[in-house]
Design a protein around this ligand. Structure first.
Ligand SMILES: Nc1ncnc2c1ncn2[C@@H]1O[C@H](COP(=O)(O)OP(=O)(O)O)[C@@H](O)[C@H]1O
Ligand SMILES: [Mg+2]
Length: 240
């Protein structure tokens, strides 16, 4: 795995994203830096997925700009995204990873060793021959993560990676997030689970209606939220 990347920081400068006349993100200014995971929280529809897709370079702002390590257009091969409901090919776990290695143009000679390494990394040792679609939800989610890691990204975007997983599968996924972070990969993720945000985040971005309500170092955010909205959200009240 690579060292921390020159794709960082990912800097949003007054970014607005819209679809037709609907504003989805509104004047986002944010710097995503190397280190512990950056975790996006906020109610459904607040813009978490759109912010991840914009940071990945999949969505273009209508105004403002996003830069990666100071550059406006960076090679997309250094970034990977795992969507909320990944679909597995109707093949073995190993074949799913092999497909991603091919797509990332990794030399064929190293595929077998990379597949073994990636399966181990996501705690699926020995399950390479298992039909991917027969695996449990948690295993499929970790396999999707292995696939995302096939291109050896420096930045990994995860959209609600533990939504709909049971506690054991959630813990396994969170362990993998820690492992990839230890290896120098920057994780940027969304979650609806405040406990998970507390356990994993280096910094927090709280979104509401396409705007950043509050952002900062995670411990400070949880111990002494500054805004009324953040206090409400942490107290489990609905933000409307
Ligand atoms: N392509 C799109 N076209 C129109 N509206 C969209 C599109 N993508 C997202 N939205 C809207 O933007 C808002 C934010 O969506 P999203 O980023 O998915 O939020 P979250 O992930 O926090 O639930 C929602 O109201 C959603 O319906
Ligand atoms: Mg979402």
């Amino acid at each position: 795995m690579r060292a921390p990347s020159s794709d960082l920081p990912i800097a949003f400068d007054n970014v607005t994203v819209a679809s037709r006349s609907v504003t989805i993100l509104n004047g986002i200014t944010l710097s995503i830096n190397a280190g512990m995971p950056t975790v996006l929280i906020g109610p459904n529809g607040s813009g978490k997925t759109t912010l991840l897709r914009t940071a990945m370079g999949l969505v273009a702002p209508v105004s403002g700009r996003v830069t990666w390590g100071g550059r406006e257009f960076a090679a997309p091969t250094r970034r990977a995204i795992m969507f909320q409901r990944p679909t597995m090919l109707r093949r073995s776990a190993a074949a799913n990873i092999r497909y991603a290695l091919k797509a990332a143009k990794i030399p064929r000679a190293s595929h077998d060793s990379r597949i073994a390494e990636l399966l181990a990394l996501v705690d699926l040792n020995g399950l390479g021959d298992r039909p991917a679609r027969r695996m449990s939800g948690g295993e499929q989610q970790r396999l999707a993560l292995a696939r995302a890691l096939a291109c050896d990204p420096a930045v990994l975007f995860l959209d609600e990676p533990t939504a709909s997983l049971d506690p054991a599968a959630t813990k396994a996924m969170e362990d993998v997030v820690r492992t990839v972070t230890d290896r120098g990969i920057k994780v940027v993720m969304s979650t609806h689970d405040l406990g998970e945000a507390r356990r994993l985040a280096g910094d927090i971005v709280l979104l509401h209606r396409g705007q950043i309500v509050e952002t900062g170092e995670a411990t400070a955010f949880f111990n002494s939220p500054q805004t009324g909205e953040a206090k409400k959200f942490l107290a489990g009240e609905l933000l409307v």
